[in-house]
Design a binder for this molecule. Sequence first.
Ligand code: MRU
Length: 368
Amino acid sequence: MTQDSNLESLRYVDGKMTLLDQLQLPLIVHYDAITSVQDGWDAIREMKVRGAPAIAVAAALSLSVEILSMTKANKFSDTSALKEHALEQLEHLKSSRPTAVNLFNMADWFKVYIEDKYEVLSKDSVLELAEAIDEKAKKMMVDDVSKNKLIGDHGAEAMVKMTQKKDELRVLTHCNTGSLATAGYGTALGVLRSLHAQNLLKRAYCTETRPYLQGARLTAFELSHDKLPGTLIADSMVSMLFKNKMADAVVVGADRIVANGDTANKIGTYQIAISCAYHKIPFFIAAPTTTIDLSLKSGDQIVIEERAATEMKSISGVMFADPDIEVWNPAFDVTPATLITGIITECGTFYKPEGSDTFDLSSQIANI
Ligand code: MRU
């Protein structure tokens, strides 16, 4: 990748998929070939690709790659065999990581889509069904980028409105929500890109985001790559930043937003939101509506992934903590709706109804 090229978490051309190995960033830029659903599943589980929207798109494309290559090798006797295989593999993909709902939403919508296509095709239209799956997966990739651009613009507008600032916004973000966490542009980082494009961004602060360092390794890389004014801070510096009046607003992404607005996002998000409330700093979530899970009423119902101890005790294979010490390593936390100023989506920004501590996303979305 050159400094001028676009950052791409994944590439997909003519049924061939490659995926940027984010474990090696920022030192090594290397794309791995993904030739099957199992390759996609492994890359998601190992966090070579991560970020809620990117996980969903990577999973969908890995399905398409597998179905196309099996179809070309005449592995399906008829459309029924193809459909059964695709539905099984969608279920399998759901088991790769538990918290980000985009993957589950993608699998459920894809299942309905495949079943509908199957109904209208004749039994021997195997290639047509495979190509329909391919078209759908490619569309998900393209749609993700378009939604992110809308999120960026709605977010920039919401921030200007909330902070009453016409220029010189200084905004903190956490984890990585940029091109690397999506099919392109990014969600919370997309808001920063959009502010920058409108000359409204004075500085983007990014946290290191321990233990996996998505901020230091990925967000700092994206900010520098796209020449946004960026400053990296350790997670433990956030409250000091606010106390010193160095930030006007915060925008972060989400892995699952439930009906009342409680939001699961990268571990450390909750403590940033608490500090925002104390320092009276607006705290925004930015995510596509595919991250909203209306089936859950409260954040207490969200399954939080716990990851391996080695991910906390070592960096790039180098151990820096006592090998015998026990570790608790939840990958996400839940920020209660009370602490959230607004939820920025591609459809606009949702705020809490007058006099309410929580959002009412079911009715707010129904009214779009
Ligand atoms: O564990 P990760 O790196 O997949 O976690 C990523 C996050 O928590 C992001 O903030 C979230 O997925 C939104 S990405 C647009």
